[in-house]
Design a protein around this ligand. Structure first.
Ligand code: F6R
Length: 365
């Protein structure tokens, strides 16, 4: 049932504040702002490293997770798309743990990577939506994302719920490893607690701007997405979402890679969507944008209040989101990214919930 939404994808985008809040409730205690003990099977204090593998959007959630585990828990993360991971003959130590991220819990390559790690003696964790799935069944520890059924083929609420669970796990790992203090833990959990309300606020306020921008995007053949830090995987997620449902060619790049190739493509016909909260990387990303502007590129800047105040750039459009803690930004910034793809596809009249050539669950390699 789509309720009063035109598509399941739209319904699932708007459900995010509610499902994320529900998911977080299983991983954090909002009364004292602490993470709950995560798993008796995977001892984050002891593991020397973590391997993460997944496909598509789930892989991009894992990539954000890598930044978090490394920064907050000082835990080295090896990550790859499952179709490469399973064949790379990665040297793995049995003391390590591995995390597999999957909405369906049935993705063939992800399952094969899981079995590969299991054979090498690693402890297996699964971040899944479908708890009665093969991946969940074959794992030592299951971390459900509680997103509820996701019908739209393009993943939206599963992505942000995966992020929320990974954020909680990274904080828990940081606590276990003594790399974040009680005060840091509490500050981050408090920010996570406020997030669903902010998500609702963003969803209610950006619609008109998104519709305007989507009309512009629907006229384009190519779109470039840029970001640094955790905004880099988000740039790739934005590009993936746009191409999946609108069939517009899009690429996501690390902002710093611009001058190493893609800058050759910049002209007034290819909009550049820059995802840049006012974080440690903001000034660097702005200087990359200056290079785009100097070549006549049209910039759509997605930033926060602090970023909008600090930027002097001439953009085609600037979307301003609330300023939030760094650990919350990827979830908040997912919203405009998803809505841009959604409204562009609606504008172009494609089959949003059932895009051509795609299946919700990919059980062949
Ligand atoms: C993107 C999308 C796919 C899936 C990928 C993995 O919108 O839906 O990229 O994320 O096929 O699927 P799961 O998470 O079921 O393993």
């Amino acid at each position: 049932d789509k309720g009063n939404h035109r598509h399941f994808m739209e319904k699932e985008i708007y459900e995010q504040p509610e499902v994320i809040s529900h998911a977080l409730g299983h991983y954090v205690n909002f009364i004292d702002n602490r993470v709950l003990p995560v798993s008796e099977v995977i001892d984050f204090a002891e593991v020397p490293s973590l391997a993460i593998s997944a496909c598509g959007t789930a892989y991009l959630a894992g990539l954000v997770g890598k930044y978090w585990f490394e920064r907050y828990a000082r835990l080295p993360v090896e990550i790859d798309v499952a179709s490469e991971f399973r064949y790379r003959e990665i040297p793995l130590t049995p003391q390590s743990a591995a995390l597999f991220i999957s909405q369906s819990g049935e993705t063939a390559d992800t399952l094969a990577s899981l079995r590969y790690c299991k054979e090498h003696g690693l402890k297996i964790g699964a971040v899944v939506n479908t708890r009665e799935s093969t991946i969940a069944r074959e794992s030592d520890a299951v971390f459900p994302i509680f997103a509820g059924p996701e019908i739209g083929v393009a993943s939206t609420k599963a992505f942000t719920c995966q992020l929320a669970v990974l954020a909680a796990l990274a904080i828990a790992a940081g606590k276990a490893r003594g790399t974040i203090s009680d005060a840091e833990e509490q500050a981050m959990v408090r920010s996570l607690a406020e997030m669903p309300r902010l998500m609702g606020q963003v969803l209610n306020s950006i619609q008109p701007k998104i519709e305007f921008l989507s009309r512009e995007l629907s006229k384009c053949r190519d779109v470039l997405y840029l970001g640094r830090g955790t905004s880099f995987p988000l740039a790739m997620e934005g590009a993936l979402k746009l191409k999946e449902i609108s069939y517009i060619h899009a690429e996501g790049y690390a902002a710093g890679e611009l001058k190493h190739g893609p800058i050759a493509l910049i002209d007034e016909n290819m909009p550049v969507i820059v995802i840049a909260p006012h974080d440690r990387f903001f000034d660097k990303t702005v200087s990359n944008m200056q290079e785009v502007a100097a070549r006549g590129g049209r910039i759509i800047l997605i930033t926060d209040e602090k970023g909008a105040a600090a930027s002097t750039l001439d953009t085609m459009h600037t979307l301003v989101l609330p300023s939030v803690d760094e650990i919350v930004a990827p979830m908040i910034f997912s919203l405009p990214v998803q809505l841009l793809a959604y409204h562009t596809a609606v504008h172009m009249g494609t089959d949003v919930d059932q895009p051509r050539n795609l299946a919700k669950s990919v059980t062949v390699e």
